[in-house]
Design a protein around this ligand. Structure first.
Ligand SMILES: [Zn+2]
Length: 179
């Protein structure tokens, strides 16, 4: 079984993006907790930063766990103009069919369950920030940009569906760690 690292994209003094009364850090920590608890029910142990509610940067903690075959998932929200909508998943620039398939399944599940646009798979260079520490680690690196914190409808849909979404992504990751 491959090891599975799950990060909440932001923590502590790093709040991430804010919008519509939401704070990205709090959303990411909450979803991380839902996901890890659903994975536990499937007997999948995740590597989670024990102090991630407080740590502004969890990468130094995770460093020793990143392995060439580990699956490393960091949870984020996108932000943009009010009309920007949809989900996207970042994958490694040099990615294998396995990596593309897993990223595609995650993006598809989010788009279907939330009924929002699937913006598809992107690489680090195609992301808003261009360079991301998480994407430079050994292993199969994924950054989930769940939806737009700046979009009211995206957030309403997310709030109504987060337990279902966590369960669906847990199932996808469960299948992937076994492969
Ligand atoms: Zn973020």
């Amino acid at each position: 079984m491959k090891s599975l690292i799950i990060g909440a994209g932001h923590g502590g003094s790093d709040s991430g993006a804010v919008g519509n009364g939401f704070i990205e850090r709090d959303l990411a920590i909450e979803f991380r907790n839902l996901l890890v608890s659903d994975l536990k029910k499937l007997s999948v142990n995740c590597i989670v930063d024990p102090d991630s509610n407080k740590l502004a940067d969890s990468l130094p903690y995770f460093k020793k766990y990143f392995k060439p075959d580990s699956i490393n998932v960091d949870i984020h929200w996108n932000a943009g103009p009010p009309a920007a909508t949809g989900t996207e998943v970042l994958i490694n620039t040099q990615s294998t069919p396995f990596e593309k398939q897993l990223g595609g399944k995650i993006a598809e599940a989010i788009a279907t369950i939330l009924n929002i646009k699937n913006r598809g798979l992107k690489t680090e260079l195609q992301s808003a920030r261009g360079s991301l520490g998480w994407m430079k680690q050994p292993g199969r690196n994924y950054i989930i940009e769940m939806c737009f914190i700046s979009n009211k409808t995206d957030m309403e849909k997310y709030m109504g569906k987060k337990p279902e979404l966590a369960k669906a992504i847990a199932n996808i990751l469960f299948e992937a760690v076994k492969q």
